[in-house]
Design a protein around this ligand. Structure first.
Ligand code: IMP
Length: 422
């Protein structure tokens, strides 16, 4: 299958966990390259549900090497409980799992700062997952962060943590937040460091060795294109490069070794947290929530829902270089008589066929819609392209054409066998 980057082409929650799981069958190595435990990738195997936050979904298959790359920020306590949770469910997490020694560490003061900054922003809050992601990446860029290599070295951890806690606590006090206890954090993180030490390695060297052996790598994107720190709806974004370029910087695998980009997108649009969502629609939100769908895997928050936005997905194709599309949640539209698709935005007299960079302009854009006849037939049992209703096929073809990439997969439910290769 060659080296493949899988990215979310919308605002996250596109159903990447399931598609990654399906594609993992053909990969040797699976790499997470950005984000942290703000992500929640849900995979169903039979009746069992697995929600992975940091560990690549490849862990659920045998003989796959799973790597957390340098571009990820790691909450070690969260990672320890994810590993032990999987082990309790009978999933092997041992020599098949490796963590970059240069991935940055998330500390309790990052979480506390995340929460306090949200309070300070008031009605302009981002609606973060409060996992400390922004402050942890902030420390990385400010060159004061601690990395996994520091975590597993008790003397270095103690020396560096003491300085970081002093500074962070003074900021927290000024913001009215709770200072954190150096003693407690040191004890908890030393324990986690000891547990995680066998997994920590130079993953750049490891990945290049794997490529020299001719192994195929799947790069597992987290969040989505419009949550990217550079290409998203800033400031309503996460703090990492969630787009395809992040796979190179977040793993140490160079651009010319990437063979293909798969974009995952829902047959409609969703977003969690604040920020512009031009096609947001109450009716479709109510419909999907009423079906018990579209609640966040990490925070349980109800997702905001809207019609398919092809201006956004076309932009995502451009920024990521998407070759192939995996469209998920088609079955979510099974009962909709008339399905709308946004084909352009209108802002005053201006018509946009691309995403404006200014979040305030985007928020004021009115969608221009095309309408499609709904298929009004359950699709969840379809196993092949031909078994899909003709109107569903027409819809899929239309959104792929508008998005500007090749339709590769249509997904009609959470299970592995609800995956149609087109
Ligand atoms: P943060 O990543 O926790 O800082 O949150 C920043 C924004 O990204 C918020 O709007 C979150 O809801 C959103 N976000 C972060 N991770 C995910 C994800 O995995 N899926 C969907 N939205 C996310």
């Amino acid at each position: 299958m060659a080296n493949t980057i899988l990215v979310g082409a919308q605002w996250g929650d596109e159903g990447k966990g399931k598609i990654i799981d399906v594609l993992t069958e053909r990969a040797d190595v699976v790499v997470r390259y950005a984000g942290g435990n703000n992500a929640g990738h849900t995979v169903y195997l039979g009746k069992k549900k697995y929600v992975l936050h940091l560990i690549p979904s490849g862990i659920l298959r045998r003989n796959k090497l799973c790597v957390i790359g340098n571009g990820v920020v790691i909450d070690p306590l969260g990672l320890v409980s994810e590993i032990t949770g999987l082990q309790k469910m009978g999933i092997k997490v041992g020599r098949n799992f490796v963590v970059s020694e240069t991935a940055h560490v998330v500390f309790p003061y990052h979480r506390e700062l995340d929460a306090q900054r949200e309070v300070l922003k008031g009605k302009n809050k981002i609606g973060t997952t409060k996992r400390g992601i922004g402050p942890a990446y902030g420390d990385k860029v400010a060159r004061v962060g601690l990395r996994m290599g520091d975590l597993i070295d008790p003397a270095r951890l103690e020396a560096r943590l003491s300085l970081r806690i002093k500074e962070s606590n003074s900021v927290l006090k000024a913001l009215g937040g709770q200072p954190v206890s150096f003693k407690q954090v040191l004890a908890d993180y030393n324990k986690a460091g000891k547990f995680l030490k066998p997994f920590v390695e130079n993953t750049v060297v490891l990945l290049h060795k794997a490529m020299r052996r001719g192994e195929d790598i799947l790069f597992e994107g987290a969040q989505g294109t419009f949550l990217d720190i550079d290409h998203g709806t800033y400031p309503f974004v996460t703090s990492s490069n969630t787009t395809a370029g992040g796979a190179c910087t977040g793993s140490g695998v160079p651009p010319h070794r990437m063979d293909r980009v798969v974009g995952v997108l829902k047959a409609y649009t969703t977003r969690v947290g604040e920020g512009p969502l031009p096609t947001e629609n109450q009716e479709i939100s109510d419909l999907l929530h009423g079906m018990g769908r579209e609640f966040g895997a990490t925070t349980g928050r109800a997702r905001r829902c809207g019609w398919f936005d092809s201006v956004a997905t076309r932009h995502a194709t451009m920024v990521n270089g998407i070759d192939d599309l995996a469209v998920t949640n088609l079955d979510g539209l099974d009962t909709v008589a008339t399905i709308k698709v946004c084909v352009a935005y209108r802002h005053g007299k201006k018509r946009y066929d691309y995403m404006p960079n200014d979040a305030a302009v985007l928020a004021a854009c009115e969608p221009v819609y095309a309408e499609f006849e709904g298929w009004l037939t359950p699709t969840h049992k379809a196993k092949t392209w031909k078994q899909l209703p003709p109107k569903a096929r027409a819809y899929l073809k239309a959104i792929a054409e508008l998005t500007g990439a090749k339709l590769f997969i249509a997904s009609v439910g959470p299970a592995r066998d609800q995956t149609i290769f087109v």
